[in-house]
Design a protein around this ligand. Sequence first.
Ligand SMILES: NC(=O)c1ccc[n+]([C@@H]2O[C@H](COP(=O)([O-])OP(=O)(O)OC[C@H]3O[C@@H](n4cnc5c(N)ncnc54)[C@H](OP(=O)(O)O)[C@@H]3O)[C@@H](O)[C@H]2O)c1
Length: 183
Amino acid sequence: MKIATLGKGRIGGGLADLWEKAGHEVTRLGREGGDVSGADAVLIAVPGASVPQALNAVTGLEGKTVIDATNVVRSSPPEGFASNAEYIKSRTRGATAKSFNVNFAALFDQIAHASSRPGNLWCGDEEAREVVEQLNRDAGYEPIHAGGLENAALQEGFLGLWFAIVQSGMGPFFYRMAPPDRF
Ligand SMILES: NC(=O)c1ccc[n+]([C@@H]2O[C@H](COP(=O)([O-])OP(=O)(O)OC[C@H]3O[C@@H](n4cnc5c(N)ncnc54)[C@H](OP(=O)(O)O)[C@@H]3O)[C@@H](O)[C@H]2O)c1
């Protein structure tokens, strides 16, 4: 798959490394932006409050399948939108998924050594399922589906609980969710 990452830091760069190892062709864009018209999938991995500005610097986004990994830390989604993911869809008008926002980039190099495959949440458009689930598996995660894009605000809101778990003493962690017969 041809993938463009908007953001090439811990999440954008870290996933780009994992996806390249899995055989994908990845173009990494920083704040200078660029053209993504040749990409099959676009990952958004910039600071949550910078999404509108970041999208302004990119051409070729129209109709693209997008995975939004942003979190809104000490900020809110753009006015009129419940989530960054829904805002992004309003800009691209393509299939959109929220994923990779509920994990730790610091653990990317440990995924392959985990005794069982860690889970990773995603929600979003059914049209994005094939791409987002493949890119989850190719990064080493088992995708956990959390419904449609209308649930993106819930997934973004998970961050408060996430930090509470980290700060309660566990530190960065993997998670899994599965029915009892698969746990
Ligand atoms: N780190 C994690 O474990 C983690 C986990 C889940 C979700 N997230 C979320 O993922 C997103 C990225 O986090 P990160 O940890 O990867 O951040 P990071 O390491 O600081 O990287 C941020 C990237 O965004 C780019 N950027 C910054 N401001 C921009 C702007 N105004 N326009 C366009 N690009 C801009 C930077 O560009 P330059 O390279 O040009 O500076 C850099 O490539 C955030 O929304 C964060 O909340 C992070």
